[in-house]
Every structure is written in structure tokens, then in C-alpha cells.
Design a protein around this ligand. Structure first.
Ligand SMILES: Nc1ncnc2c1ncn2[C@@H]1O[C@H](COP(=O)(O)OP(=O)(O)OP(=O)(O)O)[C@@H](O)[C@H]1O
Length: 343
């Protein structure tokens, strides 16, 4: 970790971090009460005070109803927000709590509530305080699950979710720098015990971080890898757009119902995999196809193409799509609905 990572964030640096949103009508700040999001609120308030004109800030805390201390933490955030001159709202997750997959369900509910809060104040953006450390953990989690390039591109600085722009201004900032900022400003924050609960994957990976960092797998290097892969992923997607247009020009019928098999086979393997994924997702009715399964299909298509056979070389269903390959044509259409097994 470099010395820069340890120094508090200056007003000048905050101006750069928030510059993209200076002309937005309003910004919702997602503030849990932990150090990262309290720093988000404090820095955003200081930045906004220094502007003549700028977005209306609203701080929102979601109380998931999972920890008894959450209500008090939300009140602490409100007190600080008020002192900083920012209106604050607490949104409560009142829905049923599932027995399994609780963190994911809580996250989905949280983003829905944040989007609702944004709409109600006329804001198009929700800002979260995801840091470089969160990005590094995301990358490790996705590596452990065998993700491809798109997954390893990590979290984006800007994404759309629930009809709202989700912005992450601190994606390249180390958490220690946010803590140093609050320490200097003498501002307290909460610590969420579930962040170190070893029954969840993310805290277990977080515990490994110091050992990994000592071997060079630090958050800076992991986040840099995510940035590079995001760039590569965007370039590859453009190539897939081009390949789609190329196939449309060279195929005898509509893509993906009647594709020229030779034109498809001539594409680079990565482009074939991505194109198949796209086309299967376009016509399939069983949710997104798994990358590994599409890779296996592409391999099977190459083998089938080499067999020198006549008629149908390969016929397979995947994610609700039916893929048929002959010497001349590749055809991808919705698969017939699966027959229910009799009980
Ligand atoms: N209870 C909450 N209320 C408001 N904002 C929250 C809350 N919890 C998290 N956030 C926002 O989301 C950011 C990321 O939080 P955290 O890392 O805990 O999320 P997560 O559960 O890992 O899910 P994800 O990273 O996908 O959002 C925080 O910095 C904060 O801006």
C-alpha cells in the first residue's frame, strides 16, 4: 500500500471524484453508517457546499430489519446528515426474509428501496461508497466461481439498476484512505458485525486479503486487473456487434434462425462463444446460458464440423434454445417447452 493510500482525501480530490455528477439535479447517497459511506456523505457534503449550484443531496439508509442495532445506526446517520445540512431518509425492508441466500435478497431489496427513494426526490443517480477493496473482493469471489472476462471486469463505475443510475465514485479509492479522512475530520462510524461473519463468503475472502496482499495480490493490483478486463470486454463486445452484422450480411436468412455455418466457423473462438451466448439468450426461455456450457457447445460444433458427415451434424438445447448445425447452416430457435414429468 502506498503512502497516498493512507492520506485523507482533500477537497480538491473530492471535487474530481464527484465531477461527473456536478450537473445532476439530485443525488441519493446510500449511507449504511459504516466508514466508507459515512465518508461518502461527509465528502459529498463538503463538495456540494463549495459549489454555487449543484445537485440536491439526500442521504438514505436502508434498515433491513436484520440487526437490532440497525435502527440506532440509521438515527446516527440522520444526526450526522442533519449536521451536514443533508436531508436523510430511512427506508425499511419489510418483505419476507428468506432462510437461504439472505445477503443477496437483502441487497436486491436495498437497491429497490434506494431506487424508490431516488425517484421520490427526482434524482436519477444513487451513489454508493464501494471502494477498491470491495472491487478486489468481488474479483476474488468471481475468480473462485470460474467467471469469464465479463465477470472479472468487476463492478463498473456506472451501471443501471432498477431504472436508476448506480454510481460508484470511490471504486479506485482504498478503504484506509476513507478511514483516514474520517479520522482527520473526527467523525465516528459504525462497524457491521456481519462484515466479519465467517458464514459468508465475502468476509472469509476479506480475512485472506492481508496474506494475498503480501504476495502481490493487493487491492490495487486486483482493481487494476478489473479495469483492464473491463476495457478488453468492451472491445470484445464491439467485435461481437461487428460479427453480428457480418453474419446478417452473409447469411441466407434471419440471424439467428438461419446463419451461414461457414461464416460463423471463420470467426475467432472468443467471438463465436460470445455471439452464441447472445443469440441463445435472445431466443431462449430459461434464463441466461452458462458460459461454460456455451464453451462446451462451441467445442462440440468444431468437432461436428470436422466429422465430414451429411445432414444434421449437431442438435442440442441449451437455456431454452434449440441449436441445430448442418454443413451449411446454424439455426438457433426457441426450444419446445420441456414436457413435465408425471409425478
Ligand atoms: N443499509 C444500507 N443502507 C444504505 N446504503 C447501504 C447499506 N448497505 C450498503 N449500502 C451501500 O452499498 C455500499 C456497499 O455496501 P456493501 O459492500 O456492504 O454491499 P454488499 O452487501 O457487499 O453488496 P454490493 O457490494 O453488491 O452492493 C456501501 O458503501 C453503501 O454505499
Amino acid at each position: 500500500m502506498s503512502d497516498d493510500d493512507q492520506s485523507p482525501i482533500s477537497a480538491q480530490m473530492a471535487k474530481q471524484l464527484f465531477a461527473d455528477w456536478a450537473s445532476a439535479p439530485g443525488l441519493v447517497l446510500a449511507v449504511s453508517g459504516g466508514p466508507d459511506s459515512v465518508a461518502l456523505m461527509w465528502l459529498a457534503a463538503r463538495w456540494r457546499h463549495a459549489l454555487k449550484r449543484g445537485p440536491d443531496l439526500t442521504a438514505v439508509t436502508v434498515d433491513h430489519g436484520l440487526r437490532p442495532e440497525a435502527a440506532r445506526e440509521a438515527r446516527d446517520v440522520k444526526r450526522l446528515a442533519t449536521a451536514l445540512g443533508i436531508p436523510h431518509r430511512t427506508m425499511r425492508w419489510t418483505g419476507a426474509k428468506p432462510k437461504t441466500g439472505l445477503p443477496a435478497a437483502a441487497r436486491d431489496a436495498r437497491y429497490l428501496l434506494l431506487a424508490k427513494a431516488a425517484r421520490s426526490v427526482g434524482a436519477f443517480h444513487v451513489l454508493t461508497a464501494h471502494t477498491r477493496d470491495d472491487q478486489a473482493e468481488t474479483l476474488l469471489m468471481r475468480m473462485a466461481r470460474g467467471s469469464g472476462i465479463a465477470g472479472l471486469a468487476g463492478m463498473a463505475r456506472l451501471t443501471e439498476r432498477d431504472g436508476i443510475q448506480l454510481a460508484r465514485p470511490f471504486l479506485h479509492i482504498a478503504k484506509v484512505q476513507l478511514v483516514a479522512t474520517l479520522t482527520k475530520a473526527k467523525i465516528g462510524f459504525a462497524t457491521d458485525p456481519s462484515n466479519s461473519n465467517p458464514s459468508y463468503t465475502r468476509p472469509r475472502l476479506r480475512a485472506l486479503m492481508p496474506a494475498l496482499a503480501s504476495e502481490g495480490f493487493d487491492s490495487r493490483n486486483l482493481a487494476r486487473l478489473a479495469t483492464r478486463l473491463r476495457r478488453a470486454d468492451a472491445a470484445l463486445e464491439l467485435m461481437v456487434d461487428g460479427a453480428e452484422r457480418f453474419l446478417a450480411l452473409h447469411s441466407p436468412g434471419r440471424v439467428p434462425e438461419a446463419i451461414d455455418a461457414g461464416a460463423f466457423a471463420g470467426l475467432a473462438e472468443e467471438i463465436r462463444v460470445r455471439l452464441l451466448l447472445r443469440m441463445i439468450d435472445q431466443v431462449g426461455h430459461e434464463g441466461p446460458a452458462e458460459l461454460g456450457k456455451v464453451e462446451t457447445l462451441v467445442f462440440a460444433m468444431v468437432q461436428a464440423g470436422r466429422s465430414g458427415g451429411k445432414g444434421i451434424l449437431l442438435k442440442q438445447t441449451l437455456a431454452g434454445a434449440m441449436i441445430t448445425l448442418t454443413q451449411d447452416r446454424l439455426r438457433i430457435v426457441p426450444a419446445p417447452p420441456r414436457r413435465r414429468r408425471a409425478d
